[in-house]
Design a protein around this ligand. Structure first.
Ligand SMILES: Cc1cc2nc3c(=O)[nH]c(=O)nc-3n(C[C@H](O)[C@H](O)[C@H](O)COP(=O)(O)OP(=O)(O)OC[C@H]3O[C@@H](n4cnc5c(N)ncnc54)[C@H](O)[C@@H]3O)c2cc1C
Length: 566
C-alpha cells in the first residue's frame, strides 16, 4: 500500500487554508495539517474595517462560511478532513530532516511534525515607523483579529474622542472611515503628497476631497516624527513640521513587510523585494517547500519585475496553486499580478489595475497617452452615480496599460473590465465596440468603460485634443491666459463653478455667439462642462469655424482636483 503524503501548512488565515483545502480536494488520502499561531482560523481580514465601523456586529461573521458555520478546528476536521491546530507557532523548519518544530502557545509544550511537502503561508507583519513613542498604550495597527477586537471595543465603549491614522493607503483610508463612523474625530497623516499611491495624483485628490467632505481631516506631505505620551499613555503626535496633534488613539497603517523569518532561518532564498522567492509553481528554492500569500514576492505581468502584492485575492489564488502542486507534483502555475485593487472610501470607491501614469513612466514607457473620463454609471432616471476614470495606454500599439477609477458609481465593475482587458493584452481598438451587458438599471447604452475607450481612440486619432486639469492649472500659474470656455447652462454655473477666469457660453448658444469668441483664431481655447461631453462638442464646433487651437479639459469640472470657487 502506498504511504500517505504528509502536507504541512504553516499559517491558517487566507492562503494557508486555501492551499490545505485544495490539496485535500486533489488528494483524498493525504494527511493535511495546518499549524496556526493565532487562536482563530480563516479570518476575513479584509472585513476588519467593516466590523470596526459597525457594518455588522457579530464577530463570528469574520470567521464563518457563507452558510454561517464557524471555520474552527472542528469544522476543518469534519468538513475537510484537515487537522488544524490553533495557538501553535512554528518555531523552525529543518529542511534536511523534513520536519517543523512548534510550540503550543497556551501550554508552552514543544513538538515537531514531519512533512513530505511544506507550504509556508505566514503572511506579513505591519511596518512601524522608527520614531520615538511606539511603545505607548493607545497605538495599534489593524492587521490581526486582536487589533480588530481592540478597535471594535473602542467603538462600543465610545470614550475616545480624537484619533490619528498614520498612513493614507488602502488600510489607512478604510480605518479612517471605520473610526469616523464610530463617532471619533479623525485625522489621516500621510508623508507623501497624496493618499492612495496606486492612483495618480489628480484622482487621489478627488478621493481626498471626498474624505474631507465627510468630516475627516487629511494632512499630506507631512510625516509623523514622534508619538507623544504621559505616564505611558498616548496623548498626541508630533509631525515632521513640528505641529502637534492631540489624540488618544493612533492606528498605524504604513504598509506591511513579508513575514519571512522562518524561511530565512531555514536557508530558503529570499528575493530582492524581501519576499520569499518562488517560481510559477509557487515553489521556493527548496523543491519540497512552497510559499504563498503576503510572505512571497510575485511578478508584475506587465513589467516583468518582481513585486510585493499583499492582496487577499492573490493569496487565495496562490494557495490553490501551491495546494495542487504540493499534492500532485508541479502541474499548475500562477502567472503573477497586474496589481488590481479597490478600496471603499465612505460613499466612494477607489480602484486601480495595471500601471498608473506615474508608474508607466517610471518603468520606462516612453510614449503613453492618458485620458480622463467622467460620466454617470447609469442613466439619470435610474439614479446614475458619477465615475471618474483615468486610462493609460501605450501610444504606438494602443495597448491598455492601466486604469484607475474613483467615485460613488460602480467602480468595481469598471476596474474588473479593465483588469481583464489588460490581462488579455487588448488594445483601445479591441474595446471600442465591446459587447457588454446593457439595461438602464445597470449601465448606460455605451458603458462608461466603452466611452472611456472612445475618448482614448479620439485622442489617439487626433480628433480630441485633451488637456488635463493639472496642465490648465499650470498654464494659469504661468499667466499663459488661455481662453477658458464653460459651455454649461447659467443655472448650472450658479450652482457650481471653477472661478478661474472662464467665460460662460452654453453649448446651445455657441454657434450664434461666435462673434464673442477670440478674434485671434490661433488663440488657445479650453472648453469644458460638467464632464466635458458638451465641452467636446463645443471644441468641434469651434474647430469647424476656423479656430485652430481648441482643447477639451478632460473630465470637466467633475475631475477638477483643486478648490472651486463654488
Ligand atoms: C484591515 C485589512 C484590510 C484588507 N483589505 C483587503 C482588501 O480589501 N482586498 C485585498 O485584496 N486584500 C486586503 N487585505 C490584505 C489581505 O488580507 C492579505 O493579503 C491576506 O490576508 C494575506 O493572506 P496570507 O494568508 O498571506 O496571510 P495572513 O492572512 O496574514 O495569514 C497569515 C497567518 O500566518 C500565521 N503565522 C505567522 N507566522 C506563523 C508561525 N510561525 N507559525 C504558525 N502560524 C504563523 C498568522 O497567525 C496568520 O494568521 C487587507 C488586510 C487587512 C489587514
Amino acid at each position: 500500500m502506498a504511504t500517505k503524503k504528509k502536507i504541512v501548512v504553516i499559517g491558517g488565515s487566507a492562503s494557508g487554508p486555501k492551499a490545505a483545502a485544495k490539496a485535500r480536494r486533489i488528494d483524498n488520502d493525504a494527511e493535511v495539517v495546518i499549524l496556526q499561531k493565532d487562536p482563530d482560523l480563516s479570518m476575513a481580514s479584509c472585513g476588519y474595517p467593516y466590523y470596526v465601523g459597525g457594518y455588522f456586529d457579530d464577530r463570528n461573521m469574520l470567521l464563518a462560511t457563507p452558510t454561517g458555520v464557524t471555520r474552527d478546528p472542528q469544522f476543518y476536521l469534519n468538513a475537510k478532513d484537515i487537522e488544524a491546530r490553533v495557538n501553535t507557532e512554528v518555531t523552525g523548519i529543518d529542511r534536511d530532516g523534513h520536519t517543523v518544530s512548534y510550540r503550543d502557545m497556551i501550554t508552552g509544550d514543544e513538538g515537531s511534525l514531519s512533512y513530505d511537502k511544506l507550504i509556508i503561508a505566514t503572511g506579513a507583519v505591519p511596518r512601524m515607523p522608527p520614531i520615538p513613542g511606539t511603545e505607548l498604550t493607545g497605538i495599534t495597527t489593524l492587521q490581526s483579529m486582536r487589533d480588530a477586537d481592540f478597535l471594535r471595543k473602542i467603538r462600543d465603549e465610545n470614550t475616545i474622542k480624537k484619533a490619528v491614522v498614520v498612513g493614507g493607503g488602502l488600510i489607512g483610508i478604510e480605518t479612517c472611515e471605520a473610526l469616523q463612523l464610530a463617532g471619533i474625530d479623525i485625522t489621516v497623516v500621510e508623508l507623501l503628497p497624496q493618499l492612495l499611491t496606486f492612483l495618480d495624483w489628480e484622482l487621489a485628490k478627488l478621493v481626498e476631497t471626498h474624505v474631507k467632505s465627510k468630516g475627516a481631516n487629511v494632512i499630506t506631505e507631512n510625516g509623523i516624527a514622534e508619538f507623544l505620551g504621559e505616564n505611558g499613555i498616548l496623548t498626541g503626535i508630533k509631525l515632521q513640521n513640528g505641529t502637534e496633534l492631540p489624540c488618544e488613539l493612533a492606528v498605524v497603517a504604513v504598509g506591511v513587510v513579508p513575514n519571512v523569518k522562518l524561511a530565512r532561518e531555514a536557508g530558503i532564498r529570499i528575493g530582492v523585494t524581501g519576499g520569499i522567492e518562488v517560481d510559477d509553481y509557487m515553489q521556493t528554492s527548496d523543491s519540497d517547500v512552497y510559499a504563498v500569500g503576503d510572505c512571497v514576492e510575485t511578478v508584475n505581468r506587465i513589467t516583468g519585475r518582481k513585486v510585493l502584492a499583499p492582496y487577499g485575492d492573490l493569496a487565495n489564488l496562490q494557495g490553490r496553486i501551491a495546494g495542487e502542486n504540493a499534492a500532485t507534483g508541479n502541474r499548475v502555475t500562477f502567472p503573477g499580478t497586474i496589481n488590481t485593487g479597490i478600496c471603499k472610501v465612505f460613499d466612494y470607491a477607489a480602484g486601480s489595475t495595471g500601471l498608473s501614469e506615474q508608474m508607466a513612466k517610471k518603468v520606462g514607457y516612453g510614449e503613453i497617452t492618458t485620458v480622463i473620463n467622467a460620466s454617470p454609471d447609469k442613466p439619470g432616471f435610474m439614479e446614475g452615480l458619477l465615475l471618474v476614470t483615468k486610462l493609460v495606454a501605450d501610444s504606438p500599439s494602443g495597448k491598455i496599460l492601466g486604469a484607475q477609477c474613483v467615485g460613488p458609481g460602480s467602480v468595481s465593475k469598471q476596474i474588473a473590465q479593465w483588469a481583464v482587458a489588460i490581462q488579455g493584452g487588448l488594445t483601445v481598438e479591441d474595446l471600442v465596440n465591446a459587447d457588454l451587458p446593457y439595461a438602464p438599471p445597470f449601465s448606460l447604452a455605451i458603458d462608461h468603460f466603452i466611452a472611456t475607450a472612445h475618448i482614448m481612440q479620439n485622442k489617439m486619432k487626433g480628433r480630441l485634443k485633451g488637456i488635463t486639469a493639472m496642465e490648465v492649472k499650470r498654464k494659469l500659474a504661468n499667466h499663459e491666459a488661455p481662453f477658458l470656455l464653460d459651455v454649461r447652462d447659467p443655472d448650472e454655473y450658479e450652482e457650481m463653478r471653477l472661478g478661474i477666469g472662464e467665460t460662460l457660453m452654453p453649448l446651445g448658444a455657441l454657434r450664434k455667439r461666435l462673434n464673442e469668441m477670440p478674434v485671434d483664431k490661433d488663440r488657445e481655447i479650453i472648453c469644458y462642462c460638467k464632464i466635458s461631453l458638451r465641452g467636446y462638442e463645443a471644441a468641434l464646433a469651434l474647430e469647424s469655424n476656423g479656430w485652430t487651437n481648441v482643447k477639451v479639459m478632460e473630465g470637466g469640472i467633475m475631475a477638477w482636483p483643486y478648490t472651486r470657487e463654488k
